[in-house]
Write a protein that binds this ligand. Structure first.
Ligand code: AMP
Length: 487
């Protein structure tokens, strides 16, 4: 796929609750995952006889009313929140995707992005499958439906996993059986939780918390987890085992909620630690350390704490107020709209800033719009100096794995040095975090992270890009399937 193809950053959930209705718990869980997608929301349940589905554009709170929830019968179900940057922005791509076929009904929620969906789609279309959307998810659903005609559930999922290449965390419902699958590199998160009445699978543990459940553990890369339809337990199958994982570090830096635990780490702790490292690597004297809300907050508190421990005479202060009703600046169609939206969204408290040197802390710079605007704003309200510190390495390349970034041409760091970026955003100094600091804060090695957006080398085989490892892309069509390396 190309950089302008559909890139979905989404949230998925699935529950099996024994005797209890699943619609409302799914609805609450989607609320907890709202930050992962605001374009559409959907729930598909199964009552033991048939599926019930409601999928709608908009925020979770707007997508369902009482009658919709009342119609979603059954104690098992899956849900989805979606945000696409490109491709179809209409209900044909909204999820969960649901379909009935010879061997039963299937529902599917997908977070991530396949690299070879087009090849599989072409092959299946040639075999007579009719597609109603242009998304990856329908491709997975059709492939799985086909395998289920001849194989049991576990084999069918494994067969499909062998064919699809890319990042995926899926919740799947086959009749009244709910499953969760994580791609063999574990790129996108997925975890299991225990509830009073059953079990839940969700992109983030915050969705378990909201239902007063307990996080059991993360779904492992390459693992299939099947929730028993009576809600009593779950079964786990390690279908693929790879030497290296490819966890997305950006989930920890920006995307996930700070109150979620992911791959063994509380995101808030990671961000604070990254902030401490930022001070260690590129601390600068200033009167006040100020987060760019909301995502810069944990970084800034770690940074300020580390600075104060070393005796720096610096105050931590919230000098920027966020208007929470303004949508994401990031996805505005034009640069002009993006600039206006930053100003609408963030307003300085001038007393905190006036006559002082400020260190602004944000999680990332993508196009540079936010930093540029904020540095200027700080100066407008009387800052004597403005330093910028960023809790991630420079983003130099697009994400193909499920987070909507920008195209390479739009990325400010794609073809500029740090000094050139500093000049562009008008700061007195600029510091980014090193990749090693990120790996250290996640207690892992660089080799086990997806660093595509900060190195330009990806853990998957993407057309026109280089890869950072030995990956074999399945050969679809033409009869030859890739050697099943993990059989
Ligand atoms: P930019 O203004 O284009 O440099 O974007 C950077 C700002 O957008 C930072 O404040 C980030 O917190 C935020 N951001 C970073 N990545 C994303 C993303 N994938 N989607 C939405 N916002 C983002």
């Amino acid at each position: 796929m190309t950089a302008s193809g559909p890139r979905e950053k989404c949230g998925v959930v699935g529950v099996s609750l024994g005797d209890r209705a699943s619609a409302r718990p799914l609805y609450y869980a989607l609320y907890a995952l709202q930050h992962r997608g605001q374009e559409s929301a959907g729930i598909v349940t199964h009552d033991g006889f048939q599926q019930h589905s409601h999928v709608s554009m908009g925020l979770v709170g707007d997508a369902f009313d009482e009658a919709d929830l009342a119609g979603l019968n059954g104690s098992v179900g899956i849900g989805h929140v979606r945000y696409p940057t490109a491709g179809s922005v209409d209900t044909s791509c909204a999820q969960p995707f649901s379909v009935s076929f010879k061997s039963g009904s299937l529902g599917l929620s997908h977070n991530g992005n396949l690299v070879n969906a087009a090849e599989i789609r072409d092959e299946l279309a040639g075999l007579g499958h009719a597609f109603t959307s242009d998304g990856d998810t329908e491709v997975i659903a059709h492939d799985l439906a086909r395998n289920l005609l001849e194989e049991d559930l576990v084999r069918a999922v494994k067969h499909t996993m062998r064919r699809i290449h890319g990042s995926y965390s899926l919740t799947i419902m086959h009749d009244d059986t709910v499953m969760g699958v994580r791609d063999p590199e574990g790129n996108r998160p997925l975890c299991i939780g225990e509830l009073d009445e059953g079990y839940i699978l969700a992109s983030e543990s915050a969705a378990i918390d909201v239902l007063d459940g307990e996080l059991v553990r993360d779904v492992r890369p390459g693992e299939l987890v099947i929730l028993q339809p009576d809600g009593a337990d779950f079964d786990a199958y390690q279908l693929f085992e790879r030497e290296r994982s490819a966890h997305c570090f950006f989930e920890h830096v920006y995307f996930a909620r700070p109150d979620s635990a992911m791959d063994g780490h509380l995101v808030y702790d990671v961000r604070r630690e990254l902030g401490r490292q930022l001070w260690a690597e590129s601390g600068v004297d200033s009167d006040v350390v100020m987060p760019v809300p909301d995502s810069g907050r944990a970084f800034a508190s770690g940074y300020a704490e580390a600075a104060q421990e070393e005796g720096a005479d610096v105050e931590f202060a919230e000098g920027l107020m966020k208007n929470r009703y303004v949508g994401r600046t990031f996805i505005m169609p034009t640069q002009d709209a993006r600039e206006r939206a930053v100003r609408l969204k963030l307003n300085p408290i001038s007393d905190v800033v006036e006559g002082r040197t400020v260190t602004l802390i944000d999680d990332s710079i993508v196009r540079g719009t936010t930093s540029n605007q904020l540095v200027q704003l700080m100066r407008d309200v009387g800052a004597e100096g403005v330093h910028v510190r960023i809790g991630a390495p420079p983003i130099v390349a697009p994400c193909y794995m499920g987070i909507d970034m920008a195209t390479r041409e739009e990325l400010i760091a794609a073809d500029r040095t740090v000094e050139e970026i500093r000049e562009e955003i008008g700061a007195d100094s600029l510091g980014y975090l090193s990749i090693d600091a990120v790996a250290e804060a996640l207690s892992t090695s660089r080799a086990d992270l997806c660093l595509g957006c900060v190195t330009g080398e990806y853990p998957y085989d993407i057309d026109g890009e280089t890869t950072d490892r030995d990956v074999e892309r399945p050969v679809i069509g033409g009869g030859a399937e890739a050697a099943p390396s993990d059989d």
